[in-house]
Design a protein. Structure first.
Length: 621
């Protein structure tokens, strides 16, 4: 959600800021803006709408200056207007600020500032932070400061202001009277610093830094960074000055390039064979017929004592967790509970001591998932993360974890991250199965099937043209049902979510047997039912459900195994996938559903990579 960029160096700041905001468009936003500082003047340009609109505005008034900050805003307070767009000023334009997150107590602070004569120009909680900071800075103006630390007033004013805030924030601030630094601060909303030569960068994630630098510093909660062109100083709320680790940036410009595809979503759908390979690379041990992980940070003896898993996540990651539930219970025979992270945080369920939490998140910054993980840690349970972003908050705060290595996912609607999460869950199921009852021969068979998974996905991708043809028939429909059983019930949920997210068509996923307990009332000639019907132990049961829909004149789109004759005759349209073991079915059956959703959205003229109202990294509750 929202995007932050910042630059301090010797080049024109506006060039990096605009390019960085373009790279952050995938996060979801409704307005954008930049401010640069030149010869004591803060020059701001901001507009509601797309970054392209901002680019047009900058063509007519390109600001000077080699220091500046920029922002893409996803509305939390106030509509998308020029006034509500960031950056926001504090005081008599003594500073400009951009903010990600939510300030929960902004109203009482705003009331106090209004009583002190502050004049507000927007509806946002973010401007309250800017005005509060300007007020605190003025309070320090007459106090003596150390000549050895010219930035001491900035750090003191920022820390005094932050101490009054409740909520989450990622902040980047420039000051009129300190034209050589950007101050950055974070709590619950990610910020990274790119380390260059005579220039440094700030961003809310690493994508704007690709091609600019190979060095990166991750800010932690309660840290404030003073960033100049040649230095980075980090101050912690409780610890004072702290050293910062410089890490290697693990993405390059090709990772965030369209690569000839019309949309990032389609590119990422077709990257899934490689996604599966990367998620498994170095993690399959044929000699022991098991999976291996380097970051769980628990001994095999400790892991063997686990009596129950809790998988917690949001959105697509929650669907991957449901897949993981089936895999772990089937292959490892360990009970699994899947919890919405937003509910687990507050639900306070009774959990036995031998419970292990896995938090699934693509970004590693999902605020609900982070809060659930922290709550479980507070109660003494070991916590693990499965995420895609090295150095992310959840990856750092969990006791251990597994990286997915899916590469940057730019499309807001997750595709390859879902695949990577499901692959990792299959590896965990294999690992814990071998710790318990799973035989050596059974483990080898699972490894053999996993090694063929990239090939299976490639064959499923051959349905692209057929998915486009089917999309042409149904693009004008306004309601869809998605139906599957066992492993393919989560796939039905995920297929429905993809269609909702990018085409704005109402779609619901159900266990196929539940269709007759209510949803069948929706069936008519204008409501397609998408059945996931690969060969499985419940194949005949799902076929009977297909018959019930056909008896009521409902159109049926079926995902079937290659060569299926029975359902192919019943369905109006079919999408074929290779025959795979049950535990791999939700991965390969999801591929044609992703393609179907994509082509329907394109035909409806939707912005596939940046669907309305959605954000890639959800960092507010």
């Amino acid at each position: 959600m929202c995007g932050i960029v910042g630059y301090v160096g010797t080049a024109a700041a506006a060039d990096y800021l605009l390019d960085g905001l373009r790279r952050l468009e995938y996060r979801g936003y409704d307005s954008s803006g930049i401010v640069t500082l030149d010869q004591g003047n803060l020059a701001v340009t901001k507009t509601a709408g797309r970054v392209d609109d901002l680019g047009q505005a900058l063509k007519f008034n390109s600001p000077e200056g080699s220091i500046g900050i920029g922002h893409t805003r996803w509305a939390t307070h106030g509509p998308a207007t020029n006034a509500n767009a960031h950056p926001h000023f504090g005081g008599d334009q003594v500073l400009a600020l951009v903010h990600n997150g939510i300030i929960e107590n902004f109203r009482p602070i705003k009331k106090r500032l209004l009583e002190r004569g502050c004049d507000f120009q927007s509806d946002t909680d973010s401007e309250v932070v800017a005005q509060l900071l300007a007020y605190e800075l003025q309070n320090l103006a007459d106090k003596s400061t150390s000549p050895f630390d010219p930035h001491a007033p900035l750090v003191a004013a920022v820390q005094n202001s932050l101490a009054q805030l409740q909520g989450t924030y990622g902040l980047a601030i420039v000051f009129r009277d300190w034209p050589d630094v950007i101050v950055a601060a974070r709590l619950g909303s990610p910020l990274v610093i790119g380390v260059g030569n005579d220039e440094n960068f700030i961003a809310s994630d690493a994508s704007p830094l690709a091609g600019r630098t190979e060095k990166i510093v991750y800010l932690a909660d309660h840290e404030v960074a003073v960033v100049s062109s040649d230095a980075i100083r980090v101050v912690h709320r409780d610890q004072g000055n702290v050293s910062h680790d410089v890490n290697v940036l693990d993405i390059d410009e090709t990772d965030i390039d369209l690569g000839g595809y019309p949309h990032f979503m389609l590119k990422e759908i077709f990257e899934q064979p490689e996604t599966a390979r990367n998620a498994m690379r170095g993690r399959l041990d044929k000699d022991a017929a098991t999976a291996v992980f380097g970051g769980l940070n628990l001994t095999p003896q400790q892991l063997q004592s686990v009596k129950r898993f809790v998988l917690t996540a949001c959105g697509t990651s929650w669907h991957a967790s449901l897949v993981g539930e089936h895999m772990i219970e089937s292959l490892a025979r360990i009970p699994v509970e899947v919890e919405y992270a937003s509910e687990l945080r507050y639900r306070n369920p009774p959990l036995q001591p031998q419970t292990l939490l896995f938090a699934l998140t693509q970004s590693g910054e999902t605020i609900d998932t982070l809060a659930a993980l922290r709550e479980m840690k507070r109660k003494g349970h070991p916590t693990m993360s499965i995420c895609n972003v090295v150095g992310s908050t959840i990856a750092r705060e969990a006791d251990g974890g597994i990286y997915m290595y899916a590469g940057p996912e730019i499309g807001v609607a997750s595709t390859k991250a879902f695949t990577a999460q499901c692959v990792v869950m299959s590896l965990l199921a294999l690992y814990f199965g071998r710790l318990h009852h799973l035989s050596f021969e059974a483990g080898l068979k699972i490894i053999s099937e996993l090694n063929r998974l990239p090939e299976f996905i490639e064959r499923a991708l051959l349905q692209n043209d057929r998915a486009r043809h089917i999309a042409e028939k149904y693009a004008d429909c306004n309601n869809f049902l998605y139906l599957g059983r066992q492993y393919n019930f989560p796939a039905a949920l995920e297929g429905a979510l993809k269609l909702k997210e990018i085409s704005y068509i109402h779609a619901e996923g159900y266990p196929a047997a539940e269709m007759k307990h209510g949803p069948i009332a929706l069936v008519d000639r204008e409501t397609p039912s998408v059945f996931i019907v690969p060969q499985s132990g419940v194949y005949d049961k799902v076929v009977a459900n297909v018959e019930e829909i056909k008896a009521r004149k409902g159109p049926v789109i079926a995902v079937v195994d290659e060569g299926d004759q029975h359902v192919t005759k019943l369905a109006d349209d079919v999408l074929e996938v290779p025959t795979v073991p049950d535990f791999l079915q939700p991965i390969v059956t999801s591929v044609p559903l992703q393609l179907l959703a994509y082509h329907i959205a394109v035909l409806r003229g939707c912005d596939v990579d940046k669907p309305r109202n959605l954000a890639k990294s959800v960092t507010v509750e």
